[in-house]
Design a protein around this ligand. Structure first.
Ligand code: PMP
Length: 437
């Protein structure tokens, strides 16, 4: 696939109209600015292919920021969702067989999960998890880690991407945040058990929760050191502070049992979204029964977890089908093998072409980061990367038909619809682009 930049009239007309009525010209604004994809309008997607309004076709490595684990417009998932649409999308009362069936699957698969509440996005899930933890402990402070993203709300949108000269500070990511929320969010470097112990010595009695992406993919990929995860589990247990794993990216993408199932560290609460529904809006917070039971709605249990669309049936039908497919077809095994081959191929290209950089990732996720070497341990090891070079790489790849955000801190995703052909074409084109950089 070879494409010229999307400058044809129809694309421009839609993008111009979008800029008049949508802030930034694309939903959430960030899609246009921080992720630099605001100059193109897409019409459709199928399998591993994204098609623009002017007919250019791209192999999609963005995959909607990661949810599309089985491929776009997956027949069985869409059929399941369509079935739910035919039967009424929302009851907003009582329960429904689908709710129970998906909840039971999460309880069976995710080691930490004894009970489940559904919601519609990862941000809602982390919000609910923190509220449950605050209610259980009576405390307000939350510890998070630099470089981890847990959604847009004030409790957690702190120190995700601090600029290089603000690393180590508590850095609110947005204007308009409640200062009391920011002040109650403590931040530590990832993979630093001593920093965590220090924070517990100082604030242990005031902490409500510790939240982390067990593999932080918001900055490419930081692999967790065992000692770090074990320390987290120990200090949180000793201090009766709930440990929250944000598996919004990793859940059902890396493994149906989550990273928690891979590393053998079981948190108290778990958030899943994204790959749970292969792109349909469905998410969940699950965990220890005593924590979840606080949201039971009787007089004894005072936590409000609410949401008109929570438990919407097309989302749950998509989730049931996605979970069953991921488990039955060993999608994780396939994607791990394919991901390894992308990573090896790209690393070889960097070496052969003498390009300063590294390839990081895990299973179906990878990132190429220029101007940095070695295995990154924390955010500080990532923030110095060569942004310009990555943007040039992304742009060259896009001209050749490979789509991913030119944001250098983001990642490529693979889906079950990606195969050998995509791999070969990606590596051939990457070689040509690297030669030109
Ligand atoms: N947690 C993580 C790890 C995420 O990557 C994201 C989304 N990028 C969220 C939470 C928030 O999810 P959502 O965008 O669905 O609110």
């Amino acid at each position: 696939m070879t494409n010229d930049p999307p400058t044809t009239d129809r694309n421009e007309a839609i993008v111009d109209r979008a800029r008049e009525v949508i802030p930034g010209g694309a939903q959430t604004g960030l899609r246009a600015q921080a992720y630099d994809t605001g100059d193109v309008a897409f019409e459709s997607a199928s399998g591993a292919t994204l098609t623009t309004v002017t007919g250019e076709r791209y192999t999609d490595y963005h995959l909607g920021f990661g949810p599309i684990v089985l491929g776009h417009a997956h027949d069985a998932v869409d059929e399941a969702a369509r079935g739910a649409i035919d039967d009424g999308v929302l009851f907003g009362a009582g329960t429904a067989p689908l709710e129970v069936e998906v909840a039971e699957r999460l309880v069976d698969l995710l080691p930490s999960v004894e009970m489940v509440n559904f919601c519609n996005s990862g941000s809602e899930a982390t919000y609910h998890a923190i509220r449950l933890a605050r209610a259980a402990t009576g405390n307000e402070k939350v510890l998070k880690f630099e470089g981890c993203y847990h959604g847009w709300h004030d409790y957690v949108d702190v120190s995700v991407y601090p600029p290089a000269d603000r690393v180590g500070e508590r850095y609110p990511e947005s204007d308009g945040m409640l200062s009391a929320a920011v002040e109650n969010t403590l931040v530590a470097p990832f993979n630093d058990p001593e920093a965590v112990e220090e924070i517990f010595r100082e604030h242990g009695d005031d902490l409500a929760a510790v939240i982390l992406e067990p593999i932080p993919h918001s900055v490419g990929c930081l692999l967790p050191q065992t000692a770090f995860l074990e320390t987290l589990r120990e200090v949180t247990e000793d201090n009766d502070v709930p440990l929250i794993f944000d598996e919004v990216i990793s859940g059902f993408r890396h493994s149906p049992r989550g990273v928690q199932g891979e590393v053998g560290v079981t948190p108290d609460l778990t958030c899943v979204a994204k790959a749970l529904g292969n792109g349909y809006p469905v998410a969940a917070v699950g965990g220890r029964a005593d924590l979840l039971a606080q949201a039971g709605g009787d007089n004894e249990s005072g936590v409000v977890i609410s949401g008109t669309y929570s438990g919407n049936l097309p989302g749950l039908a998509a989730a049931r089908e996605t979970i069953d497919t991921v488990v039955d077809e060993d999608v994780q095994g396939y994607l791990t093998d394919l991901g390894d081959r992308y990573r090896e191929g790209l690393s070889d290209l960097l070496k052969d072409r003498g390009v300063d950089g590294r390839v990081v990732g895990h299973r179906s996720i990878f990132s190429v980061q220029f101007g940095v070497r070695g295995d990154p341990r924390d955010y500080e090891d990532v923030v110095g990367l060569d942004e310009e070079r990555f943007r040039a790489f992304a742009s060259g790849m896009r001209e050749r038909g490979h789509f991913f955000t030119p944001n250098p801190y983001k990642r490529h995703h693979l889906s079950a619809a990606h195969d050998e052909t995509h791999l070969e074409s990606y590596l051939d084109d990457a070689d040509a682009v690297l030669a030109e950089l």
